[in-house]
Write a protein that binds this ligand. Structure first.
Ligand SMILES: Cc1ncc(COP(=O)(O)O)c(C=O)c1O
Length: 393
């Protein structure tokens, strides 16, 4: 079956966080001006999910619900099939979102005042999860070499003397790296040697655009498996963020118990019934949809690369290996962070996530969301081309 990735669906006044933020900044924009910011997609969900939810709503009582055997089987099969990692259902802790889980994990595995290591530029809620819980951020900036990012292992080894936990984004949001097995092995070896626990946020792990496959951190070795929490979700992959359903996978029993203790304190049990249903259906029935999505995302990535080379002097896309979030190096435009933000919003009608919000190394960059119909993305690129031309004129 061919799925529709070309229709632009109206999301005005339906409570979309991404669209409402744009409309607040600039009301009355033409309909083809879409926000390129928050990481959800402008594509309709796989129709199998809507059908499954309708069937469920027709026949079900919306009472207290827990994950079924079918849910765990679908998740186990997905992890084995797509990620070559054999999991045990006992390890799974469903959570109403990865961001809330980051806070719970910080509470469970660190004490107030402890240092938590991050690799900036990085997904900005990492900072708030650490700081809002009274812990300290320890930045270990990524190294940028010829437009490609790497971890600075020497610096990380030093940071690991002080940091208790690493909050890790894999694939990395926003720089789009899919970490190689070798890189992850080096990271894991340092963490094991220095006693740093790895909280590996792998929410984008199904969205691999390049040749290199994603390696689940826990699948590296038995030792790594016992020294991490893996955060996964169907939300990025199948556009289900509104259902607030994610899965933490914690092979180490003691770590699992610690997390469950924090959740008990917060009165938190699990997710909602429709989220479980959608997740199970996605993992069981929507693999074809995902493959077609990946084709569109790869086309959009190529469009941005070729378009930037031809028409966007001073704007350089960083090689996008995974996620649908394109990191754009705009430093050659010579604007400071605020001027760049104003230029993007007012001249190009681009509503992006500004690079500076991702911490050290983010200033001068823009993060744009490629998960929209290709023709809509082309219109956005045209607007930026025209704005750059007027600036030069
Ligand atoms: C790395 C990363 N983690 C977590 C999230 C959000 O997770 P959730 O919606 O499950 O809280 C995002 C969304 O953009 C993300 O990029």
């Amino acid at each position: 079956m061919n799925y529709d990735f070309t229709t632009l669906h109206p999301r005005i006044a339906v409570g979309s966080s991404k669209w409402e933020a744009m409309r607040k900044l600039r009301p009355g924009l033409p309909p083809e001006v879409i926000p390129l910011s928050v990481a959800d997609m402008e594509f309709a969900n796989p129709p199998e999910i809507a059908e499954s939810l309708s069937r469920c709503l027709n026949g079900m009582i919306l009472g207290y619900t827990q994950p079924t055997d079918g849910y765990f089987a679908a998740l186990e099969s997905w992890m084995a099939r797509r990620h070559s990692w054999k999991i045990d259902r006992e390890w799974v802790v469903p959570s109403p979102g990865v961001v809330p889980a980051l806070c719970h994990m910080i509470q469970a595995y660190t004490e107030p005042g402890d240092k938590v290591i991050v690799f900036p530029p990085v997904y900005y809620p990492f900072y708030s999860a650490i700081r809002e819980n009274g812990r300290q951020v320890l930045e270990c900036p990524l190294l940028e070499k010829d437009g490609r990012y790497e971890m600075d292992f020497d610096r990380f080894a030093r940071a690991a003397e002080e940091g208790k936990v690493l909050l890790f984004s894999s694939p990395h949001n926003p720089v789009g790296r899919v970490w190689s097995r070798e890189e992850l092995e080096t990271l894991s070896a340092i963490c094991l040697e220095k006693g740093v626990l790895v909280l590996s946020d792998e929410i984008h792990f199904d969205l691999i655009l390049g040749e290199r496959p994603h390696t689940v951190f826990a699948a590296l070795s038995e030792a790594a498996e016992q020294n991490c929490v893996i955060c996964t979700a169907p939300s990025k992959t199948f556009n289900l963020a509104g259902l607030q359903t994610s899965n933490l996978i914690i092979p180490n029993e003691k770590l699992r118990e610690k997390l469950l203790t924090v959740r008990k304190r917060l009165g938190l049990h699990g997710c909602n019934m429709l989220g479980y249903q959608a997740c199970e259906t996605a993992y069981r029935e929507c693999e074809d949809w995902l493959e077609q999505l990946l084709t569109v995302l790869r086309e959009n990535r190529t469009l941005v690369e070729t378009y930037a080379r031809a028409f966007l002097p001073g704007v350089k896309p960083v090689a996008l290996e995974g996620t649908y979030l394109q990191w754009l190096d705009c430093r050659e435009l010579g604007m400071d962070a605020r001027a760049l933000e104003r230029f993007m919003q007012e001249k190009a009608l681009w509503f992006t996530d500004e690079g500076y919000i991702f911490g050290t190394g983010g200033e001068g960059f823009e993060r744009i969301n490629l998960a929209c119909p290709t023709w809509v993305l082309r219109k956005a690129l045209d607007r930026l081309r025209d704005a750059l031309q007027s600036r030069r004129a």
